[in-house]
Write a protein that binds this ligand. Structure first.
Ligand SMILES: [Zn+2]
Length: 325
């Protein structure tokens, strides 16, 4: 019955408890008494089915629900008590509890889980909004993508600008008035518009359509395969971006898409993401496409994804020489 209820209830539904047990049933003594929590009225009377109708049943969910139940009854509680209640619970095996929407082979799943655990579930969304809901996942992915991209761009850009970039370049005659401001504005606008198709790809990935894997044992070549995939990823993406860049410099496309980027003749690190949104998205496509074609370890993918962003910033840090006087 427990599994049945878990399989059929998709909302947290903490406000629709038809048979709320008396407060005593939740008291920590229930788990330390000779009978123990597992034999308490909560379990024996199947009241737990109504009490924790979560999908999936996870440790932190049980703790959140138990805390709510205590609070609703005006009882004091603490972390130790909540841990005790949560530990006494039987947990559905991970595979059983996973929704098809959160398949195993996706990297953004890790990111979503962390964001859900620490931010979204406790502080952002109403408890009735299931973590498995497609709309909630899309909104979460969008927030994570746009915040991550802006923070990475501004953070790495600023570090690079202050510690690596040669500020004498700003005296160059081709350096534009208010150029840094223009670069940052164009980058933020581009990141905003690029985030929509990017999130569509991440959502497609979260649904389990990519070839990303979790364990080295899943790679037919083991560790050498992981190193090979790093080389393959860099080769594939660099080659594709070369051809995309050539396409962007073609006379039929240049003035519409790519010219915006090259108005910054003496770029600062902040020019790294200063593209027309479609230009930026086209140049990021190879990074998204690779894990749908080739197998790749999730941790390697996330690391490479951050690495290429930092690398993009560093190639714009001005390895130029001001012509002599
Ligand atoms: Zn170019």
């Amino acid at each position: 019955m427990f599994l049945g209820v878990l399989g059929s209830v998709s909302a947290h539904g903490k406000n629709k408890l038809p048979n709320a047990p008396p407060p005593a049933a939740l008291h920590p003594a229930a788990s330390t008494s000779p009978r123990g929590f597992a034999q308490s009225e909560l379990m024996s009377g199947h009241l737990i089915d109504f009490f924790v109708p979560f999908l999936p049943l996870e440790y932190r969910h049980v703790k959140l629900c138990a805390r709510d139940a205590y609070t609703a009854r005006g009882l004091q509680t603490d972390e130790a008590t909540l841990d005790e209640v949560a530990k006494a619970m039987l947990y559905v095996p991970k595979e059983r509890s996973r929704s098809p929407l959160r398949a195993a082979n996706c990297a953004m799943d890790h990111v979503l889980n962390i964001a859900d655990s620490y931010i979204f579930t406790p502080y952002v969304y109403p408890a009735s909004w299931s973590e498995e809901g497609a709309l909630r996942q899309i909104v979460s992915l969008w927030l994570v993508t746009i915040l991550g991209a802006v923070l990475l761009f501004l953070g790495c850009g600023a570090l690079n600008f202050y510690y690596v970039f040669d500020h004498k370049l700003m005296m160059h005659p081709l350096f534009l008035k208010n150029q840094v401001k223009q670069e940052i504005e164009l980058s933020i606008i581009s990141i905003f518009w690029m985030s929509f198709p990017t999130v569509a790809i991440f959502f497609w990935e979260v649904q389990g359509n990519s070839r990303l894997f979790d364990n080295i044992s899943e790679s037919s070549l083991g560790w050498p395969g992981v190193f090979l995939s790093i080389a393959g990823f860099l080769f594939f993406t660099d080659m594709c971006i070369y051809w995309i860049h050539r396409f962007l410099h073609h006379k039929s496309t240049y003035k519409h898409l790519h010219k915006q980027h090259h108005i910054f003749k003496i770029p600062t690190p902040f020019a790294s993401h200063a593209f027309h949104p479609l230009d930026g998205f086209l140049q990021s496509l190879p990074y998204h496409i690779y894990p749908f074609i080739f197998p790749l370890h999730k941790a390697v993918y996330l690391s490479l994804f951050v690495f290429v962003n930092i690398w993009t910033i560093s190639i714009h840090d001005g390895d130029y020489r001001i012509p002599g006087p």
